[in-house]
Each structure stands twice: as structure tokens, then as C-alpha cells.
Design a protein around this ligand. Structure first.
Ligand code: SF4
Ligand code: SF4
Length: 442
């Protein structure tokens, strides 16, 4: 049976320059920093309560924040040393403030004793979910949704398909590409654990065709594996935003996720390749999520892919990459389409930081809409971005809801295509937030 299915692709989306300048750069471990800053909330869901305070000695991998809420993920010390303070930062996936704990390193990187299951392959589903939760694993493609929640869908949601997302359609970002090339065995092993937890009939691996080397590598590993033979690789035409969950499901399975719904509503769970590797590391090595691969790119002197301890200040990554080019004045966490701008070099890498993009940005002046319709043509969700912007600007949030604003995946294709430089996604985010507030106040 063929491992590789035929090439397919999204019908809509934006043609954006790929700029994957670090695709050929092997992952390098970043030297351990002297200090890390650990936000208590790095995911979508409840904030953790700190389990340590100033002066507490901690070991690498020790849990230092947890919550009793179901949608949450604990956080761990990513260095050994002493808790030396705390502050408040923005949690990128939610845009809300969260408390932090700072750890000053003792230089020894002493780890907690890692618990490794005697026979990881025969773990029960309950135990797998428990271990994934304890390890603090979240979606590492940027969404940062707690993984243990995705592994235990409600009983009425029958999951028939799992899709491993190796698309990485955002320009510049190459972390997942390198993970597939350098940790392919661990990625497939993690996917096998996901399969065990969800028992789907079909397991797909979606990879854009600009990563032919990763497709070939995984194809070879699958052909040699005794557990992965029925995994199917789906090559996808590289087009933004094929890797957005809802687009990916539509392209691979032809299913449309309902408005306000989740992939599990159409029988699907999507996991990122970095998440699959983190699951392997937890089940087979006992490791909690304390590090991740980050692409540092754009206007830095030596763009690289780095293996970074979570909580490391952005400054350390940029300095290791030779510093910023002259004129660079903006840092984006994530890619240029969906990433979030930051201006503070002391901001820490979090579990969802796939990329640190440095660039030179000039002030942009928003113009009036010229009704050119370009935004409509590129929207993968078939929305009317121009109308949504109008409703958000005039506070007509109910009308925005009726025009399906909640179906927007915030991919940024519309804003990219807009000749009037209208920050459409920002307006849409405002409308969505207002609608959430209104519901909460009802
Ligand atoms: S309206 Fe939303 S989904 Fe459509 S192109 Fe714009 S950001 Fe993407
Ligand atoms: S692309 Fe910009 S200018 Fe053109 S219709 Fe959409 S919002 Fe208006």
C-alpha cells in the first residue's frame, strides 16, 4: 500500500513569499541562559497557581505552577537554581496578563528524577493522558491548546481521523521542518501514542510540498517501521494558510468544521509535529515540556534554528544569532502572517513560540477601503473581511456575528492582500473579543 497519497491543496488563500531562509540550518542547542522567566499561563485555558516563591531552590523539570481546571497545562522549571522574583507578562495566545516566576541558574542544570514507564508501549490510555497532562504539553504550532484535552474528546465525539500537521505554511518559520528531518523517529513514535489514545481509523500526515526532503524522510521511516505502516502522508501544495486546522481538515478530508466548532465536531483531531515529539519525550524519556525548537530569522546576522529552554529571554536568542541587522526595529513572535509583535527583548520564549522574526518595519497608514474585493478572494473561510471590518469599526458586533466573524481563523491573508493597508485582523479580533465579553456578561 502506498504511504504517500496524491498531491492536493487549498483552493483559496494568499500567495506569499516563503522566505524559508533557515530550512537548511540544523537545530543548534542554545547555551543555557543565566535566568529564565516562566509565565504561569502559556496556553489557552486557566492560569496556573505558582507552587514556589522567592528563595525556593528548584530542579530542572520540577513542576512550579499548576491549576485544577480541566483546560490547563502545568509549567515546570527549565533550569535548576533559585526562584529570584516574579513579574507579569502577556500570554501570547490569549493576549491577557499572567504572573511569572524568574529562576536564576545555579549553572548545574540538575534535573528532577525523571519517571520512565517500565513498558511505555503497554501504557493504558488513562495513563498516557495523565502523563501528557503532567508534562504540561500544549499545541506547539503556536495555538498552545492543552494536548491532554484533545486526547480525551467527549464520549459523543467519535474521532475517526487524526491529522499530524507538518505544513508549516507561515513564511520564514522552519522549526517543524527541521523537527521532521532531525527527530522523525520521535515524531512518528509520538503520533503512534496519539493513535493509541484516540483509536482513529485513519492517520494522516499533512506536509507542504516545499518540504520534499521531510516527506521522503518520513516516508522512508514509515516504510521501515513496524507500527506506522498505515500512516498516510498527504503532500499539500504550498499555499498559505493550508496549515490552519480548519483549512487542513477541509483539504485532506473535505469536511467543514461548523462555525464556532472544533475539529472534533467533524471527527478529527489535529496535532502538530513538535507536539508529537514532546509526547514521545514524555512517554519514553519521562521529560516534561521544558524546551522547544525556535526559528530565529529575518533581520538577524546569522538566522538559525535553535533548541531553547522555555523562559529564555529573546535577547539571548538574538545575540546568539549575531544580533539584529541595522535598522531592525520589530520582533514578531511566530510568522509574519499570524505572529504577534513584541518590542521587549526580555520577553521569554514560551511553549508556543515557534519563531522569532526580526524585521525593519515602517509606519503604515491605513487608507479607506476601495472595494477592490481582494480580501474576499483570498479568505480560506469564504468570509467577507471588508464587511467584518466595517461592523467592528462601527461597533456592530451582532452584525459581525451574523456575518460569521467567529469563523475567522485569523490567518491574515485578507490584510496581506489589502492595498489600503487596513489591519483587518485586528478589527476582527476586537469584534470577537467584544462578543466573548458580551456572552460572559449575560
Ligand atoms: S477574514 Fe479571517 S479567515 Fe478570512 S482571510 Fe481574513 S484573517 Fe483569514
Ligand atoms: S482588500 Fe482592502 S481595500 Fe480591497 S475590499 Fe478588502 S478591505 Fe477593501
Amino acid at each position: 500500500m502506498d504511504i504517500r497519497l496524491k498531491l492536493t491543496g487549498a483552493r483559496r488563500g494568499a500567495k506569499v513569499p516563503e522566505s524559508k531562509i533557515t530550512a537548511g540550518s540544523p537545530i543548534e542547542p542554545l547555551p543555557l541562559p543565566e535566568k529564565v522567566i516562566i509565565p504561569m499561563q502559556q496556553h489557552i485555558g486557566a492560569e496556573n497557581a505558582p507552587l514556589a516563591s522567592r528563595g525556593t531552590e528548584v530542579l530542572t523539570g520540577q513542576k512550579i505552577g499548576e491549576s485544577e481546571k480541566f483546560i490547563s497545562a502545568p509549567v515546570h522549571a527549565t533550569l535548576s537554581g533559585e526562584i529570584s522574583g516574579g513579574s507579569v507578562v502577556i500570554n501570547p495566545p490569549t493576549g491577557e496578563l499572567t504572573k511569572t516566576l524568574a529562576i536564576t541558574s545555579d549553572g548545574a542544570d540538575k534535573w528532577v528524577e525523571l519517571t520512565i514507564a517500565k513498558d511505555p508501549k503497554s501504557l493504558s490510555v488513562k495513563k498516557i493522558i495523565e502523563m501528557v497532562k503532567e508534562a504540561g504539553i500544549v499545541g506547539m504550532g503556536g495555538a498552545a491548546f492543552p494536548t491532554h484535552v484533545k486526547l480525551q474528546p467527549p464520549k459523543d465525539k467519535k474521532i475517526d481521523s487524526v491529522i499530524l500537521n507538518g505544513c508549516e505554511c507561515e513564511p520564514f518559520v522552519t522549526a517543524d521542518h527541521r523537527i521532521m528531518l532531525e527527530y522523525g523517529e520521535q515524531v512518528l513514535s509520538g503520533l503512534n501514542i496519539i493513535r493509541k489514545a484516540l483509536a482513529p481509523q485513519n492517520v494522516y500526515i499533512g506536509i507542504e510540498d516545499n518540504k520534499e526532503d521531510a516527506i521522503e524522510h518520513l516516508e522512508e521511516l514509515i516504510s521501515k517501521s513496524d507500527f506506522a505502516r498505515d500512516f498516510k502522508i498527504v503532500p499539500l501544495k504550498s499555499q498559505y494558510p493550508t496549515g490552519a486546522e480548519k483549512t487542513l481538515i477541509e483539504v485532506i478530508l473535505g469536511r467543514e468544521v461548523p462555525i464556532g466548532g472544533l475539529p472534533m465536531d467533524v471527527g478529527v483531531v489535529v496535532q502538530n509535529v513538535g507536539t508529537a515529539k514532546a509526547i514521545h519525550d514524555t512517554i519514553f524519556e519521562g521529560k516534561p515540556l521544558v524546551e522547544r525548537v525556535v526559528t530565529v530569522t529575518g533581520a538577524v546576522k546569522q538566522p538559525k534554528n535553535l533548541l531553547v529552554r522555555i523562559g529564555t529571554p529573546l535577547r539571548n536568542l538574538i545575540e546568539y544569532c549575531g544580533g539584529m541587522e541595522e535598522g531592525a526595529n520589530e520582533i514578531i513572535l511566530g510568522g509574519p502572517m499570524m505572529g504577534i509583535a513584541h518590542f521587549d527583548l526580555d520577553f521569554p520564549v514560551t511553549k508556543g513560540t515557534s519563531c522569532v522574526l526580526v524585521r525593519e518595519s515602517a509606519p503604515v497608514k491605513e487608507q479607506e477601503c476601495i472595494s477592490c474585493g481582494r480580501c474576499l478572494g483570498v479568505c480560506p473561510m469564504r468570509l467577507m473581511p471588508t464587511l467584518l471590518t466595517k461592523y467592528a469599526k462601527t461597533g456592530r458586533y451582532d452584525a459581525a456575528e451574523e456575518a460569521y466573524v467567529n469563523n475567522c481563523v485569523e490567518c491574515g491573508s485578507c490584510a496581506y492582500a489589502c492595498p489600503a493597508r487596513i489591519p483587518i485582523v485586528q478589527y476582527i479580533k476586537v469584534a470577537k473579543k467584544e462578543l466573548v465579553k458580551r456572552k460572559a456578561n449575560k
